[in-house]
Ligand binder design. Structure first.
Ligand code: NDP
Ligand code: AKB
Length: 265
């Protein structure tokens, strides 16, 4: 039976963080559009959530690194007026140096972590702005502000997601549209099955459950946060970081080289 409930589109809903977002959003009364490649997993989740929460859940089999899939979802995002929330969650990352990473993995990580959320955001944003309502949740990572020799490319893609989100927050300021960026630290998901380093290699004390991660991220969303760091207890750390970043940027706006670089004058 057709409903008038708002729809949440969740990419990467077939496992991990995306699957828990799907569950929590269904519990909040959203109908769902679940996107990923593993269609059987999506079907099973959609059936479970429809039954448990009395919502409607559609599934889209899509490889978000492929043009055809992106175009299909872009068309939906731009045309279905019930779509009220986009969760750009699908992402991957091989943990290895850039030199050791294959060309295929390099291209896939950039396509999935950078191109896909950009394209889907650009597809949905005009409709949200027109309606003066809607929200985008972008799943970045704490690696957005930390690069290790084995996370170079992954960190670069997540820095992009953070910068994209921060810029978008400025663009939608004063409208009814929201953009939240979530920066998880290590979370117990299948991410590590594909990353080349197993989850068991990490300190269990530093790894969050997927449920805790998503519940905290949604609590941050409910509190109106633009940037949510679920594992950071001391909120002053982010405030200090932002203050230092803004001060550094301000200090660049002087138009003359710093004295230490005036070596020949
Ligand atoms: N786990 C962690 O420690 C952290 C994770 N994150 C981020 O969280 C997000 C979710 O990852 P997480 O839940 O941990 O990992 P999972 O591997 O459990 O989930 C990744 C999801 O992305 C989907 N996906 C992967 N490749 C594609 C593709 N080409 N096209 C469409 N969908 C795809 C997968 O579905 P399918 O294979 O069926 O296509 C799956 O649903 C990612 O952006 C990740 O970078 C951030 C910080 C920490
Ligand atoms: C690469 C990692 O360490 C992890 N997935 C994260 O994003 O923090």
């Amino acid at each position: 039976m057709p409903t008038t409930s708002p729809i949440a589109v969740v990419t990467g809903a077939s496992s991990g963080i995306g699957a828990v977002y799907a569950d929590r959003l269904a519990a909040r009364g959203y109908d769902l559009l679940l996107v990923a490649r593993r269609i059987e997993r999506l079907r099973s989740l959609a059936d479970t959530l429809s039954e448990a929460h009395g919502i409607q859940a559609g599934i889209i089999e899509a490889d978000l690194t492929e043009e055809k899939s992106l175009v299909h979802i872009e068309e939906l995002l731009g045309s279905d007026e019930r779509i009220a929330l986009l969760v750009n969650n699908a992402g991957n990352g091989k943990l290895s140096s850039t030199g050791d990473m294959s060309d295929a993995d390099t291209a896939s990580t950039i396509a999935l972590n950078v191109i896909a959320p950009t394209r889907l955001t650009r597809a949905v944003l005009p409709a949200f702005l027109k309606r003066d309502a809607g929200a985008i949740i972008n799943i970045a990572s704490v690696m957005a502000f930390h690069s290790l020799p084995i996370t170079t490319l992954y960190s670069a893609t997540k820095s992009y997601v953070l910068a994209l989100s921060r810029g978008l927050q400025g663009e939608v300021s004063g409208t009814g549209v929201r953009v939240q960026v979530v920066l998880p630290a290590g979370t117990a998901t299948e991410f590590y099955d594909h990353a080349g380093i197993p989850l068991s290699a990490f300190d269990p004390a530093a790894v969050m459950t997927t449920e805790n991660l998503v519940d905290a991220a949604l609590a941050g969303f409910d509190q109106g946060e633009d940037v949510t760091l679920p594992s950071v207890h001391n909120t002053e750390l982010w405030a200090d970081y932002e203050q230092a970043r803004a001060a550094l940027f301000g200090a660049t706006q002087v138009g003359i080289p710093a004295p230490r670089y005036l070596v020949n004058s």
